[in-house]
Design a protein around this ligand. Structure first.
Ligand code: ADP
Length: 348
């Protein structure tokens, strides 16, 4: 997955480069800077002394000494005052300049802490938004795996309003699904009571896939009717991979645009492209449907091709529904929300 948000201690990351939230002097400090210098050993400070400091928003690269990575990229984030003193531009520049250096050094994997979000006081939700936006912009033109490493889950915040909205949506939909169940049970009980063959056993609920199948078919047929009967029959038989490639053609996007928007690795996409019977994971299917900006119904169709369905008893599914129903197809924002609610992320 090209961009991942994970919880870890950055000094433990076995990547090509880790990024340090350093001070202008580059001579070490507290927070993540202190942790990196402690773990790297005295050699790092000796090399940093030769660099002549670093301006805010810029970056410099060194060796990694005793750390398990190959390089340390030192960048200096802005001290947050009120957001009106060029802080967003400088913070975004930290990510861009660091990624530029990583690329020049041939790095394929890079890990960032949430720069400026500690002692430098940047509000965490805003710092995260800038990190995600700047990194995803870079990844739209470059192949690299980038981690945003969150040290302490309490330090992780998506916007308060977004969090509250998602929470409310989850609550509403959990309630709906449970009351549906009760309603459905009562309805079946009343049918059963009029059935002479009723043996006292309540039939088990059908699995969600079977339950939704009768609803899905007419939708597919209806759409197919505007093409030809021939095409309609072909669409019913097509595999997930064939459906995906057809949807990409119909969208007018290139393959690369789609797998990047889906936060999917190029190699995985080639596998799916060349294997007609490829069995994707559920997050992978949803990642593609988000990249293609499919409606909820179309997303369900695509999930069905891979043997999955959306269910109201899964938080993950409800969060996906939340974003699709609002027309928000930004996979990185969706992943931030999934991370905040402890769910698996979209992509590989
Ligand atoms: P700044 O001065 O740029 O604010 P800090 O080091 O104070 O830098 O904090 C930056 C972020 O790094 C904070 O969110 C903090 O929680 C986090 N952090 C601190 N130690 C580590 C670590 N070992 N690994 C990853 N992140 C860390």
């Amino acid at each position: 997955m090209p961009l991942q948000i994970i919880r870890n201690d950055i000094t433990k990351m076995k990547v090509d480069a880790i990024v340090n939230a350093a001070k202008n002097s580059l001579l070490g400090g507290g927070g993540v800077d202190g942790a990196i210098h402690d773990a790297a050993g005295a050699g790092l400070l000796e090399e940093c002394k030769t660099l002549g400091g670093c301006e805010t928003g810029k970056a410099k690269i060194t060796g990694a000494y005793n750390l398990p990575c190959r390089h340390v990229i030192h960048t200096v984030g802005p001290i947050y005052r009120d957001g009106c003193h060029g802080e967003p531009k400088l913070l975004s520049s930290c990510y861009r300049e660091s990624l530029k250096l990583a690329k020049e050094a041939g790095c394929e994997t890079v890990a960032f802490p949430l720069i400026s979000s500690g002692v430098y006081g940047y509000p965490k939700a805003e710092a995260l938004r800038i990190a995600v936006d700047t990194i995803s912009e870079f990844l739209s033109d470059n192949d690299m795996t980038v981690y945003i490493v969150i040290f302490d889950r309490k330090a992780y915040q998506i916007g308060e309003k977004l969090f509250a909205d998602i929470e409310a949506f989850i609550d509403d939909n959990y309630v709906d699904s449970h009351s549906d169940d009760r309603y459905e049970r009562r309805r079946r009980m009343s049918l059963i009571r009029h059935d002479d063959d009723f043996d006292g056993n309540i039939p088990a609920c059908p699995p969600p896939m079977l339950g939704s199948a009768p609803m899905e078919k007419p939708v597919m047929m209806q759409k197919a009717a505007v093409v030809s009967l021939d095409d309609a029959v072909k669409q019913i038989d097509e595999s997930f991979s064939e459906m995906l490639l057809r949807k990409i053609d119909e969208s007018g996007l290139t393959d690369a645009q789609v797998y990047k928007k889906a936060n999917i690795d190029r190699k995985l996409f080639s596998k799916i492209r060349s294997d007609k019977n490829y069995k994707p994971s559920k997050p992978t299917v949803i990642a593609f449907s988000i990249a293609l900006e499919l409606s909820l119904e179309e997303t369900k169709d695509m999930l069905m091709k891979a043997g999955f369905a959306l269910s109201h008893s899964s938080k993950f599914d409800i969060i996906i529904e939340f974003f699709i129903s609002r027309g928000n197809y930004n996979i990185f924002e969706i992943n931030e929300a999934l991370f905040a609610f402890d769910q698996s992320l979209l992509g590989v």
